[in-house]
Write a protein that binds this ligand. Structure first.
Ligand SMILES: Nc1ncnc2c1ncn2[C@@H]1O[C@H](COP(=O)(O)OP(=O)(O)OP(=O)(O)O)[C@@H](O)[C@H]1O
Ligand SMILES: [Mg+2]
Length: 295
């Protein structure tokens, strides 16, 4: 890479910092929404009218469901929207042990006294933050129903243990995400949940745009970035013929980062993409052949 390329990479790589941290239940006691403002613009390349639609949904107090394959920009979009709307972003990664108390709050004994500690959802509702429940289908079914009264026009969160019904702050916004297709029927979103949300569909960006994302995220020159995108589309064509999913934009960014750190493109594609996608030795060899034909 040329020295001017290096300079561009350095500048652009600043954009790749992690903008927010997720909230885990153990941290529930220390959630401070003011610490969850995103002050620097997260780099996000718009793929359609999602920014306008999300902004309108926010103004109209409608909750939003982001769906799309892994690594296609959903989390980055949320970070970008939180920055755009000047709201703190409180992210919860859902998992099958996540209880309603983890979201809403619980009593804790502190210094001999029993005190109520708001969970991330209650904190968001009171403070007017954006609460982003990532991978919502991973959460237990009984956990999911706590969002129902918040996600319809009541916009309230009942806290049974306090006997309280909190009305959502004007600025509160609920967003959830999921990857359709990976779940079993058991883990699909219930109609009563999904029919409360505006649904924004995400997918891999068009080739030129995806190359731009790689370039801006890593500083990899466009010509090489375009080759990676071409390689990605070859792996995406293998979906259903031995691969569950093709290379995501995230994996392309990983490969590009290795290449800009002087790893040979074929090795970068093997380690960041082929071996990350599957454990099947034959499939890995087939994917390596594809990258070998390009690089
Ligand atoms: N539209 C985009 N603009 C900028 N960067 C993007 C975009 N789409 C993908 N990326 C890049 O891809 C990476 C992965 O995106 P992100 O973490 O948002 O995926 P995701 O859809 O949330 O995936 P998952 O469902 O696995 O959580 C980002 O860190 C970023 O580098
Ligand atoms: Mg994500």
């Amino acid at each position: 890479m040329t020295s001017s390329g290096d300079a561009a990479a350095g500048k652009l790589c600043d954009n790749a910092v992690q903008y927010t941290s997720s909230v885990t239940p153990m941290q529930a006691q220390v959630i401070k929404p003011e610490e969850h403002f995103i002050t620097e613009e997260p780099y996000y390349e718009s793929i359609g009218d999602e920014i306008a639609v999300f902004s309108a949904a926010y103004r109209q107090k409608l909750p939003v469901l982001l769906k799309g394959p892994t690594g296609c920009g959903k989390t980055r979009f949320m970070e970008h929207m939180a920055w755009r709307l000047h709201r703190p972003l409180i992210t919860v990664s859902c998992h099958d042990d996540l209880t309603a108390s983890d979201l809403v709050g619980r009593f804790l004994v502190k210094g001999g006294e029993t005190v109520w500690i708001d969970g991330p959802l209650a904190r968001s509702v009171r403070s007017g933050s954006i609460c982003y429940l990532d991978e919502i289908v991973e959460a237990r079914k009984d956990t999911m129903v706590v969002i129902h009264p918040l996600a319809d026009d009541r916009r309230v969160l009942p806290i049974e243990k306090l006997g309280e019904l909190i009305e959502a702050n004007e600025d509160f916004c609920l967003a959830i995400s999921y990857n359709p297709g990976y779940q079993s029927v058991l883990k699909d979103l219930k109609q009563s949940t999904r029919q409360r949300f505006i649904a924004l569909e995400f997918n891999y960006p068009a080739p030129d745009l995806e190359a731009t994302i790689i370039l801006k995220e890593t500083g990899l020159p466009r010509e090489m970035a375009s080759k990676l995108v071409k390689f990605a589309s070859m792996t995406r064509n293998l979906k259903g013929s031995g691969l569950d999913e093709g290379a995501s934009t995230r994996l392309l960014v990983h490969a590009a980062k290795l290449i800009t750190a002087d790893i040979a493109p074929v090795t970068a594609c093997h380690t960041a993409i082929a071996a990350a996608l599957t454990d099947d030795a034959e499939m890995i060899a087939a994917i390596n052949e594809l990258s070998g034909s390009l690089f």
